[in-house]
Structure formats: structure tokens, C-alpha cells
Write a protein that binds this ligand. Sequence first.
Ligand code: GRF
Length: 214
Amino acid sequence: MLSIVILISGRGSNMEAILKARLPLDIRAVIANRPDAGGLQTAAAAGCATEVVDHTLFSSRDAFDNALAARIDHHRPDLIVLAGFMRILGRAFIERYPNKILNIHPSLLPAFPGLHTHRQALEAGVRIHGATVHIVTPELDAGPILAQVAVPVAADDDEDSLGARVLRQEHVIYPAVLRRLAENVTSIGETGVVLRGARRVEQLDASGEKLISL
Ligand code: GRF
């Protein structure tokens, strides 16, 4: 069974959607970088092991990344699932787990990377917004895209109303991607993902040209 560790920073509603989907996944731990992350209680109530690696206790980004990696490695997960994890991870951390870190971003990447995506979308005047599940590479919000969901922008939307509409779809798309992986991946090695019934999927590269076919 595919094993994962979920990383959160706050309320953890995407994590909760993943837990509620009852996926055939071995969820080894939920780790937060903030002790007050609300999602920790949700995870514990659902019977998940929880841990905190408090970023404020480390003097540098690298020191935090190393401590986080040590906790993740203890669990030996196949995949690391970022679900509202709001710390930027350093290149060394990301390169330690090639093609093994997934993230959900609340926009249709490559549009609107970074923060305040709903504000960016409203300011740009787009009529269609959405969310993206992608593989994490060292370039922020630029890794290979696994799945996207489109969400219409209403004429009277503000950041909150648009964000809420996108979030509802995030809660659908992230579990869906993980289900596809959980049901189809037979192994994950240094060079990529092996899907059931398929010959070895080629190594995912940063260009996104060679991609897991979901
Ligand atoms: C979500 O919109 C996610 O896409 C973004 O941060 C938000 C986290 O929400 N990265 P939650 O903690 O999953 O409720």
C-alpha cells in the first residue's frame, strides 16, 4: 500500500478531505510546522499520528528543513503530501525527495503562483479560476501538473467567496489524485513512479513533459 506523510500549517481542511475519503493509503503521520495548527486536532481525532516541527525554533531555513526531513525519513513514506503547508522548502530538501512531494495550489497554474491567488485572479479579471495538484520542484509552484479543476468567477465575487468556491473543489481534486495514485502505483523508486499494468513510467522531469498519466 502506498504510504504518505501529510504536511500542514493551519486548519488542514485539505488534509481532512483526504482523511475522510478513506483512501487505500497508509497515512503514517501528519506533521505541522506550527504547534497551533488546527488540523493537528482534526488529524488526532481521526486516529492519525501527529507531530510538530516548529519552524520558529530553528535559526535557519536549512536547519528547519533538516529537522523536518529527519522526521519524515523516520516514517519512510512513498509520498510527501503538502496540504496547506505554508513554508517554502529549500532546494536541498526538495531534491532529497525527487518526484515524491505533491502540493495543491489554489489557482490554475502557471497562472497566479505564490500567495493571495484569489486576489490575483480578481485583479486580473479572469472569468475562470481554479486549483492545481502538482509535483513539487525547487521552482515555486512550477512543478509538473497532475490535475486541475476549473472554478467560475462570479461578477460579485470577493476574495472570500471565490476562495471558498475554489476550496470546495480542492477537497474533491486532491483526494481524487491520491486515489488514482493509491490504486495504480505499484512502487515508487528513485527514478519515478511505477503504475499498475503499465511499463515503468518515465522519470518525471522539471519540464513536466514526462508525467504520470493520471
Ligand atoms: C488551500 O487553499 C491550499 O490550496 C493552500 O492553502 C490552503 C490551505 O487550506 N495551499 P487548508 O489548511 O487545507 O484548509
